[in-house]
Design a protein around this ligand. Structure first.
Ligand code: ADP
Length: 592
């Protein structure tokens, strides 16, 4: 059983090495060639050291028969030793650059995958966990693989040349040293398996710890954490996680230390065996002292090369599961959607019998929902927390596909990328881009060439212009303090910037999920007193808890537990004296 596994693993190793080599070469072709050249120079220099040593011993022991004198022999030895030493240092720096390029390539592939993943995939927990694991390793593994690959090439060259030298002296020395490598490879397999299992066991703890570190360090959380004095309990949780990680890591480090000791002992035993064999050969008179001296140096060098060879192979074997994990991740998720095409809205978007369930949730978030939004209409969605408003908004915006039911745009089933291209959304938890105000606006439509007029128009509609005048560099002011260089805005100002962003993306339908939650009463009044002018003829789906804004809608849908329970204008719903009327009177009684 173990043997079959081993055989399978050994069969997979050349494929893995070839695959990794391809990745490295693709990441930086020139860098790879330079690094390979260093390896060749290194191996040649090592061979030169042995040859010069042999000449030196000859000149010392048998000056009459020596090919060259002692001084040139010593100079050659010094030169070769210096060359082989300096190549190492140059290589290390070259590897750094190559490692960075490989890491960039791996990151590009990870980012391609995350960009391709739709929101539904993103929200399934398996995806997040796999992403976290890949992210943690994407930073370190490519460098390991690059170093291992280059080490492998160099040491292979070295092993071949040194073996050739030793075969010339005594062929028996080679198999003794090579045999010492076998246990090292087996031990590397073991190390690799324990390392991957260790990483898998700890992914969840690492994620939780990273989250706590964000909470404890990042600016958006600083105020609340201090107000509740919750730094201490959060630090305690962090400490507990640290404890878990430490104890797991201690066990893993002990395993790896054991493996390292076993590997080193194996190599040392082989080295001693070979040196004893040389002594025996001299005793038997089969080789002379100069040959013995050169052989001893060659054995030492070969042993060093073998060590690098085995370390490189173990490094590659150890990285194999992580690379496989990366490839699985990159291959996972749906294919990249085709680019969306914007459609005009001439009649309506209509959802019919739409139900939707989140991944790993038994209860559907939406159940047989029918709604429609006509061209230019303002439609409101009200309901208590958790009734499904945001979920429904995301389906309207093409971010989720209905689990069952249909979504028709002007009577036709339009693909989701087209829907996304035809709808703008502002979410409750909109993003505060730590970029200039202009970038905060134009980022919603990267394809459009940013004309000053269009940006100013969006800013005017969203009532950002007043704020712009107060900013030190106008539209080009950096916003936010996260990167330590910008001007921060108030919550309401940020919300207006987000609204400007939504309006800048020129689409026939906008979805506004709580667009006024952070606005002061005057701003909210101004926005809704003339909401149709702000929208400039676009249709809107408006989610709001403020009935002062929803009452202006052409039609209001009331959601409860994922179902539409009422529908009509404000007056119709009040007359009906149902849930809407109840919520409305609850809210207005607060003002009476
Ligand atoms: P609302 O916007 O009306 O507050 P939501 O649409 O956000 O309601 O949520 C509707 C239901 O779906 C709730 O029960 C909520 O717990 C659930 N839900 C929302 N988002 C997710 C998610 N990403 N994964 C699983 N369940 C979710």
């Amino acid at each position: 059983m173990r043997l079959t596994r081993l055989a399978k693993a050994s069969a997979a190793t050349p494929r893995l090495i070839a695959g990794a080599a391809r990745e490295v070469a693709r990441a930086d072709r020139l860098g790879t060639i330079v690094a390979a050249a260093f390896q060749i120079v290194g191996a040649t220099a090592a061979l030169g050291v042995v040859a010069a040593a042999m000449l030196t011993f000859d000149a010392l022991l048998e000056p009459e028969q020596a090919a060259i004198g002692l001084t040139p022999a010593l100079l050659a030895l010094a030169f070769m030793t210096a060359l082989s030493g300096s190549v190492g240092a140059l290589q290390t720096q070259q590897h750094r650059l190559l490692g960075e390029r490989v890491s960039q390539r791996v990151w590009d592939r990870v980012l391609d995958t995350t960009a391709r993943a739709d929101l539904f995939t993103y929200e399934s927990s398996g995806f997040a966990t796999a992403l976290e694991r890949v992210q943690q390793n994407a930073v370190t593994r490519p460098f390991m693989v690059t170093t291992a690959l280059l080490g492998l090439t160099g040491s292979l060259l070295g092993v071949v040349t040194m073996s050739a030298v030793l075969v010339g002296v005594e062929p028996l020395l080679v198999p003794i040293l090579l045999a010492a490598g076998l246990p090292a490879v087996l031990l590397a397999r073991w190390a690799s398996r324990t390392e991957f299992a260790f990483a898998q066991r700890l992914t969840a703890s690492f994620r939780r710890r990273t989250y706590l570190r964000q909470l404890l360090t990042q600016r958006p959380f600083a105020a609340e954490l201090r107000a509740f004095d919750s730094t201490r309990p959060l630090r305690e949780r962090h400490q507990t996680l640290n404890g878990e990680v430490t104890s797991e890591m201690r066990a893993q480090v002990r395993r790896r230390q054991l493996i390292a000791v076993l590997t080193t002992v194996g190599v040392a035993v082989a080295l001693t065996g070979a040196l004893l064999a040389i002594v025996e050969l001299v005793n038997q008179g089969r080789i002379d002292l100069a040959e013995a001296g050169a052989a001893a140096i060659a054995v030492r060098l070969l042993s060093g090369q073998l060590n690098t060879l085995f370390t490189s192979v173990s490094g590659l074997i150890e990285s194999a599961p992580f690379l496989a994990d990366l490839h699985r991740f990159v291959a996972s998720g749906p294919a990249a959607p085709p680019p969306g095409r914007k459609h005009p809205l001439t009649e309506r978007i209509a959802l019919h019998e739409v139900s939707f369930s989140y991944p790993q949730q038994d209860r559907p978030a939406l159940n047989s929902v029918d709604i429609e939004i006509g061209a230019g209409e303002v439609v409101a969605l009200v309901g208590e927390n958790g009734s499904g408003k945001t979920t429904l908004a995301k389906i309207v915006a093409g971010l989720y596909e209905p689990t069952t039911g249909t979504r028709h745009w002007d009577g036709a089933a339009v693909p989701a990328p087209d829907i996304r291209a035809s709808v703008s959304v502002i979410f409750q938890d909109f993003v505060r881009y730590q970029m200039t105000l202009r970038d905060n606006i134009v980022i919603s439509d990267g394809d459009r060439s940013a004309s000053e007029d269009a940006v100013t128009e969006a800013a005017r509609r969203a009532n950002v212009l007043g704020a712009v005048r107060e900013l030190p560099h106008g539209l080009d002011t950096m916003l936010g303090r996260d990167l330590d260089e910008g001007t921060d805005l108030s919550g309401g100002q940020w919300q207006r910037v987000a609204l400007a962003r939504t309006l800048y993306r020129d689409t026939p339908l906008v979805v506004l999920d709580e667009p006024t939650a952070a606005l002061d009463p005057r701003s909210e009044y101004e926005l809704f007193a003339d909401v149709r002018a702000v929208l400039g003829g676009r249709a809107a789906l408006l989610i709001s808890h403020r009935f002062s804004s929803t009452r202006l809608a052409d039609r209001i849908y009331v959601l409860d537990g994922g179902r539409i329970v009422e529908c009509g204008t404000h007056d119709e719903l009040i007359a009906r004296a149902g849930q809407y009327a109840e919520l409305y009177s609850l809210q207005s009684s607060a003002y009476r």
